[in-house]
Design a protein around this ligand. Structure first.
Ligand code: G1P
Length: 299
């Protein structure tokens, strides 16, 4: 049986230039989807999937993230004194327990692979999850839980994958597939952001991974890849002789909140799902002339 996945790494060092000026001071991971910051969705997903330790790889200007998950006695006391128990509960739920969150720095923006390498001492010798907070998923069980459940069977590296339009291959890590049973695929190699005409398939990595410590040996080589950066995709490929790599076609919706389009769509999606905003948002959309044939359907 594969070892339990207890730790998760959250790479949160990226600058988020697509959202300037909003991200001039506020980290992009702190941008809300309705009323909750993106990074909190990823942390909650990890908690629900059984993760016990949370490792954030951040950079200068990102201390707001550590503060968000910290205990805030003044705020809690004030909410308690005013009898605002619902809000107090929300604040308490956003706090990570002492000693279970660690923050480490990626001093230079050298790529996703380098960011994961920066967490090596916190992982030591066990499998771990990686959650890219830009990618927001909705389904029960959540995307990481789907991976954790499948990992019992596969071990090795296990990545969330999806079938994408061929013209989008240059936005993703893309798998060359040795075997495909419809639900899972076995990867032969991975290619980071290939041009459509050079892509080995249209099966792409989404931002959830289960990796094992062999990845650090590969990352140690600090090989420069696509975009002049140290790519996680390349490190996965270079350790494939030692470790198997399986892709699991995840169930559910994914929003790429690293783009304006994905972020706007996610806000609408969550706003229309949540009981406290569904009716007012639907009424506003109807006022604007949009109508939903079936208000109860997922979309
Ligand atoms: C990263 C990874 C890429 C993966 C993608 C998923 O790219 O490098 O392999 O497919 O996340 O969102 P980024 O979107 O950070 O450029």
């Amino acid at each position: 049986m594969a070892a339990k996945v207890r730790k998760a790494v959250f790479p949160v060092a990226g600058q988020g230039t697509r959202f300037l000026p909003a991200t001039k001071v506020v980290p992009k991971e702190m941008l809300p989807i309705v009323d909750k910051p993106l990074i909190q969705y990823a942390v909650e997903e990890a908690k629900e999937a059984g993760i016990e330790e949370f490792i954030f790889v951040d950079s200068r200007g990102k201390t707001m993230i550590a503060n968000h998950f910290d205990y805030n006695p003044e705020l809690e006391d004030a909410l308690f004194a005013k009898g605002k128990h619902e809000l107090l509960k929300k604040v308490q739920e956003s706090t990570l327990p002492s000693g279970l969150a660690a923050y480490t720095r990626q001093e230079k923006a050298l790529g996703l692979g380098h960011a994961i390498w920066c967490a090596r001492k916190f992982i030591a010798n066990e499998p771990f999850a990686v959650l890219l907070p830009d990618d927001l998923f909705f389904y029960t069980p959540n995307c990481l839980k789907q991976l954790v459940d499948e990992y019992e069977r596969t071990g090795g590296y296990l990545l969330a994958v999806h079938d994408i339009p061929v013209e989008d291959t240059n936005k993703y890590g893309v798998l060359k597939i040795a075997k495909d049973d419809g639900l899972t695929v076995t990867a032969e190699i991975l290619v980071e952001k290939p041009k459509p005409e050079e892509a080995p398939s249209n099966v792409a990595v989404a931002g959830r991974y289960i990796l094992s410590p062999e990845i650090f040996e590969a990352l140690e080589k600090k090989a420069i890849g696509s975009g002049g950066e140290i790519q996680l995709t390349d490190a996965i490929t270079s350790s494939l002789g030692k470790v198997t790599c399986t892709g699991l076609r995840f169930k559910g919706k994914r929003f790429d909140c690293g783009t304006m389009e994905g972020w706007l769509e996610a806000n609408l999606y969550v706003g229309l799902q949540r009981e406290d905003s569904r009716d007012l948002l639907t009424a506003y959309l109807e006022k604007l002339g949009f109508s939903r044939e079936n208000k109860d359907s997922d979309f």
